[in-house]
Design a protein around this ligand. Structure first.
Ligand SMILES: [Zn+2]
Length: 82
């Protein structure tokens, strides 16, 4: 298996690449019970401060990696005219 599953893709908003040697700064538990995990684009690393919340570390990584930039969102849907 590759290690790609544990790697964060570049931020979909600003393109900043999270540092692989410093992932613990980008993915961390958001509460003491470690039931909420946060993955983010660290402003301290030149990012835009975007973030996602999830129920586990792996889920936070998956959510971040499958997120679609907002500009590809609902505005590209062709809605039927009423
Ligand atoms: Zn960003």
């Amino acid at each position: 298996m590759t290690s790609a599953k544990n790697t964060l893709k570049p931020c979909p908003f600003c393109g900043n690449q999270p540092r692989e040697d410093d992932l613990e700064d980008c993915i961390y538990p958001a509460n003491r019970e470690r039931t909420i995990w946060q993955a983010g684009c660290m402003a301290s690393q030149g990012g835009c401060d975007a973030e996602v919340l999830a129920g586990s570390k792996q889920e936070a990584i998956d959510k971040w990696n499958t997120r679609v930039p907002r500009r590809f969102g609902i505005f590209n849907l062709s809605l039927p005219l009423l």
